[in-house]
Structures are given as C-alpha cells and as structure tokens.
Design a protein around this ligand. Structure first.
Ligand SMILES: [Zn+2]
Length: 288
C-alpha cells in the first residue's frame, strides 16, 4: 500500500497559516508598546506613530495638500479674511501653549483656502491647520463661532489625534494600499508616513476624539475671550446646513449624539473663564 502523497494545496495552506501567524505575532509585538496616554485628557490611545514622527510627516503632507490650491492662488487670497482668522488663531493658540508648554516650539500655521463650496476645516500634527472660506461664509460665522471651530481644531492637534489616526491608517494598511495604488504616479514622492498623515486628515475622528476636541476647544476659546455660547450656536448652524447638504466637516467630525446638550452644559462652566479673560489682556502666540 502506497503512502498518501502530501496534497500540495494543503502544504500551501500550511505555509500561509505560518505566514499569518508570523504577521500577527509581529503586529502584536508592535502594538503592545504602542498605547500612549492622551497628553491633555489622559485617555489611552493607539500610537504606532510617535507624535514627533507625526509632526515631521505632517509638515511634508501639509505642503503637499495645499500645493494645488496654492498654484491656483487660492491660499490666503483675501487679506481681510486671512487677518481675521489669524488674529483669532493667535489668541487661541496662546491658550493652547499654556496647556502644553512644549507646543510653543511648534511651527503653528493656519491657512485659509478659498473654496466657497467647501464647509470644512482640519488640523494636522504639530499645529498645521487650514480652514475653507465655505465654512466661514456659508455659516456666516461670528468671531466667537469662528473661534469655536479654531479651538476645536487646535484641540485635535493638542491631543495628538493626528498621530492616533495615522496609527489607525497604518495598522489597517490603508496607507500602504493607497501607496501601492498611487505608486505608478511619478509626481507622488511622499513617504509612507506623510501619506498616512494625509489619509488621517480624511478619516473620521472617533466620538471620543470629538468629545475631547469639543471640551478642550470651548475652554481654549473661553480663555482666549470668545463667548462659550457660540459653540452651541455654531453646531446648530452646522445642523441646519446638514439638512440641505452634508458639510464635509461633518464627515470627518461626526457629531456625538449628546453634542448640543454637552456643549450647553460646558458653556455655563466656561462662562467664568470667559468673563475673566475679557477683563485682562488677551495674549497672542505667533501663527503663520
Ligand atoms: Zn473634530
């Protein structure tokens, strides 16, 4: 009686199992030390990418993302809007730096992108931010409301949310897959990390991240002398807009169910901070 020949398909499967096991084992050893504590709230975060790596990748990614609009003369093209946005950002960043003094060394930057149809704003690691003219003009934002958006974005940067989302992008191999898909284009000379930074901007924030950014953002704005009631009025304007056309902002900043209620409760807590800020001088921090 002949010994049964090993089935080549089984052998291939067996090798595949080993490969998967090896990948899982490697991922686990990568993931284990990869949890970090949120620098502001103390929440535990998945961190495959260190904040400093996220900052340097974001610097490259930010330039890359703004290049098409810059070539068309749509960055900071209206000096009045630029001055208005910059003045508010400088005041709110001064408060952010009090939360995390090491961020005084960040190269904070806020660009205004002239795109009237886009209701959006974003922040990358290291304080690289942008706001679209669509959100300012279509929602007819007051300075207090604009400060809430800016405070919210600064809070994302301050809480290392970009590094967290880059980690998610890398962990789920989105960055690598996209890199493979765009690899043939010779004009794409981004590192995997910079690509992950761009993808991270387009990934939705988790509800936890949103709640953190709301809470820290309204406080930064209040300490910078911007009325905390403007947070609720901003989000009700956003909700009204969403009933006709979904703002891009809502796809990356998903609303926690309790957002309006939480912001209203926070506003009353922030009132004394706001009143105190209005009495004293309002410091600023340089922002490009
Ligand atoms: Zn957000």
């Amino acid at each position: 009686m002949k010994n049964p020949q090993p089935n080549p398909r089984h052998a291939a499967l067996y090798r595949a199992y080993w490969r998967i096991a090896l990948v899982l084992l490697t991922s686990l050893t990568l993931l284990l030390p990869a949890c970090a504590t949120n620098p502001v709230t103390g929440r535990s975060q998945l961190m495959l990418v260190s904040e400093s790596a996220a900052i340097s990748a974001s610097r490259q990614a930010y330039v890359e993302m703004l290049t098409p609009a810059r070539k068309e003369g749509r960055i900071d093209s209206d000096p009045r809007t630029k001055r208005r946005v910059q003045a508010i950002t400088q005041r709110v960043v001064a408060q952010a730096v009090r939360y995390r003094p090491e961020t005084a060394d960040w190269d904070w930057e806020m660009s205004v992108i002239d795109e009237p149809d886009t209701i959006n704003a974003f922040a990358m690691a290291g304080g690289k931010m942008a706001i679209y003219t669509g959100i300012i003009d279509q929602l007819e934002l007051t300075d207090d409301e604009l400060a809430q958006i800016i405070g919210h974005e600064i809070a994302h940067a301050l809480s290392a949310h970009s590094a967290e989302k880059m980690s998610v992008a890398l962990a789920s191999n989105i960055a690598l897959a996209t890199f493979a898909a765009t690899g043939e284009r010779s004009d794409v000379a981004l590192t995997g990390a910079a690509l992950a930074a761009i993808i991270a901007v387009q990934l939705p924030n988790s509800r936890q991240m949103e709640a953190e950014a709301d809470r820290i953002g309204i406080e930064l704005a209040a300490r910078a002398g911007y009325h905390p009631d403007a947070a609720a009025s901003l989000w009700s304007k956003m909700a009204a807009k969403a009933s006709t056309r979904q703002p891009v902002f809502l796809s990356t900043h998903p609303a926690p169910q309790s957002r309006q209620r939480d912001l209203a409760a926070l506003a009353s807590q922030m009132q004394p901070l706001y009143e105190q800020a209005r009495r004293g001088p309002l410091p600023t921090h340089p922002v490009r």
